[in-house]
Design a binder for this molecule. Structure first.
Ligand code: PLP
Length: 455
């Protein structure tokens, strides 16, 4: 053995065996062994890198044990100001929706049972009336997300052997690789493109209908959710398309049900009611964007079109689960009282939070954190591919990141908190935006920041 090997062996001297350390942890065997192994490997790497031996390796193993015992899917605090943050689960649920999920999760439920007759029922029955009442549609159904709603609509109204007409300005990618031409291809229908990227006129659709008699199953209209075109642009309003006597699938994306009068920001997003009133055969939207509910896809429209969607074999593959259904029913119920909806549905409340309310929250953050926090103005956004031009200005706090590693290290430490806090880095500082914090999350955020700033 050379001198260098001797030195290496000396640095590793005194490391316990995995089973010894695991026994000291008093935890279920496999978890204890995993934590002990991690602690020893970490210690070995540290010492090789020249660090001094740790005083208490058992304490470190206990920390790692705690981390291993944590669920992978956890609650986090969103201080980014992005309301429908796709990476953070999009719309947070209203309290009524959370309670409904807990009740549905408690035991069995009447998911597909008619309690009057004792016969088999439909899971759609729990939301159909709510959706038709709220939107004015003749019929409605829900599936597991917005993408599934669009795919099912294309399959039900067109599919193999038939065609779907789409404006070239609406052959968009929504995100996560969801591209309209590919969705139509997946339905088996042929895509007929009309118009140009910037301008499509009614005459373009009419010509397609004349040139392909009997082949066209539907005209699809897609809301360009996450971008806007400006300048020399023209698109055909849904009302004009619906007069063409061909079923219209209107993918409106984020699904506004709220009264725009109560949340002015929503004026720039298409609402379900308008497309229904125009006469679209199927209007599709997401449940967890501006509707503010759980992940779900909504289809409302003509009775025969909804019946075709329900009867299609794909409907079973994209059906909604009972927990999401419970949350969706409770969320939709809140909309029966429009004033209550904009207060109790978190996404809507965040969108319309007043300057005064945000200032109170920002001040609580600032005073709780102490001198490291300074008041700033910051910009929130709707996120979730909705209202891409909307900038929600408001008060926030910026953190002085004096420690080694600067703001990146501080943001990382915040993500490592017991309840991780997600913040944005803007102009070299970590910024906390109170718009996306619930009132009862302020103290949790303060604790996490103070912990992360501790030298
Ligand atoms: C978001 C969106 C979808 C997909 O909805 P998910 O609920 O994310 O599956 C489809 N079309 C449009 C126009 C959208 O904005």
């Amino acid at each position: 053995m050379g001198a260098r090997d001797d030195a290496a062996a000396a640095t590793l001297r005194g490391l316990p065996a995995v089973h010894e350390l695991a026994t000291a942890l008093a935890a279920p065997h496999s978890l204890a062994v995993a934590a002990a192994r991690l602690a020893i490997e970490e210690e070995r790497a540290d010492r090789r890198a020249g660090a001094r031996a740790r005083d208490d390796l058992t304490a470190r193993a206990r920390e790692l044990l705690e981390a291993l015992a944590q669920p992978s899917l956890r609650r986090v605090i969103n201080a980014t100001g992005v309301i429908l943050h796709t990476n953070l689960g999009r719309a947070p649920l209203a309290q009524a929706a959370r309670e409904a999920v807990a009740r549905a999760a408690e035991g069995y439920s009447n998911l597909e049972l008619d309690l009057d007759t004792g016969e088999r029922g439909s899971r759609q029955a729990h939301v159909e009336d709510l959706l038709t009442q709220l939107t004015g549609a003749a019929s409605a159904m829900v599936v597991n997300n917005g993408a599934a709603a669009v795919l099912l609509a294309a399959c039900a109204l067109a599919g193999p052997g038939r065609a779907i007409v789409v404006s070239r300005g609406q052959l968009v990618e929504i995100g996560g690789g969801f591209r309209i031409p590919e969705v139509i291809a997946a339905s088996g229908a042929r895509l007929i493109e009309v118009g140009t990227t910037n301008r499509t006129r009614l005459r373009d659709y009419e010509r397609a209908l004349e040139e392909h008699p009997g082949e066209i199953g539907a005209i699809m209209r897609v809301h360009p959710s996450n971008f806007r075109t400006i300048g020399f642009v023209e698109a055909v309003p849904v009302e004009a398309l619906c007069r063409l006597e061909t079923p219209v699938i209107d993918d409106i994306g984020s699904g506004v049900v709220a009264e725009a009068a109560l949340v002015p920001a929503l004026n720039d997003e298409p609402g379900l009611r308008r497309s229904v009133a125009a006469g679209a055969a199927l209007v599709c939207c997401s449940g967890d964007k501006l509707l503010g509910g759980p992940q779900a896809g909504v289809l409302v429209g003509h009775s025969d079109a909804v019946a075709a969607a329900r009867a299609h074999p794909l409907a079973r593959a994209v059906r909604i689960d009972k927990l999401s259904l419970a949350a969706l029913e409770a969320t939709l119920k809140l909309y029966r009282e429009p004033e209550r909806a904009v207060v109790e549905i978190p996404a809507l409340a965040m969108l319309s939070a007043s300057e005064a309310k945000l200032r109170v929250r920002a001040e609580r953050l600032r005073s709780g954190i102490g001198p490291a926090a300074v008041p700033v103005r910051c910009a929130g956004t709707a996120g979730g591919g909705a209202l891409p031009l909307l900038e929600l200005e408001g008060p926030g706090v910026a953190l002085a990141a004096e420690g080694e590693g600067g703001p990146v290290a501080l943001a990382r430490a915040l993500r490592g908190a017991a309840i991780p806090v997600l913040a944005r880095i803007h102009e070299g500082r970590v910024v906390l935006n109170p718009r996306t914090l619930a009132d009862d999350e302020i103290d949790l955020a303060v604790d996490a920041v103070r912990e992360a700033l501790r030298p």
